[in-house]
Design a protein. Structure first.
Length: 120
């Protein structure tokens, strides 16, 4: 009995999720919203968040790059990962770009990192 209730609840939840995720067509008598092309959809935001997280994790795990002052931004709509901030050497700058390129497959990397030697 308990298992049957679980199955019924599970199937009902799946049906609800499916019904809620369907896109409603625009009414035939009105044009689509003017700003709909400008706003990224949920898929773009999710893809951007995933790429950003992947690149940040890989940078933080790399022993040759000090990623403490590297900011990673991703625009999935135009497929660009942007690196901003400072690193201690040209080698770290190049390595950070290589890591971002490796992790963000299919994305262009815009490396805006600035080399600033740390004062001792």
């Amino acid at each position: 009995m308990r298992q049957q209730l679980f199955h019924i609840a599970f199937v009902g939840a799946l049906g609800l999720v499916g019904a809620c995720s369907e896109k409603r067509p625009e009414a035939a008598d009105r044009p689509p919203a003017a700003d709909s092309a400008v706003k990224p959809d949920t898929g773009d935001r999710a893809a951007a968040a995933t790429e950003t997280a992947d690149v940040k994790l890989a940078l933080s795990m790399d022993k040759t790059v000090d990623a403490s002052d590297i900011n990673v931004d991703t625009d999935a709509a135009i497929k660009v990962v942007t690196l901003r901030g400072t690193v201690a050497s040209a080698e770290q700058r190049a390595r950070a770009e290589a890591i971002a390129t490796r992790e963000a497959t299919g994305f262009r990397v815009d490396n805006q990192l600035v080399v600033k030697r740390k004062s001792e």
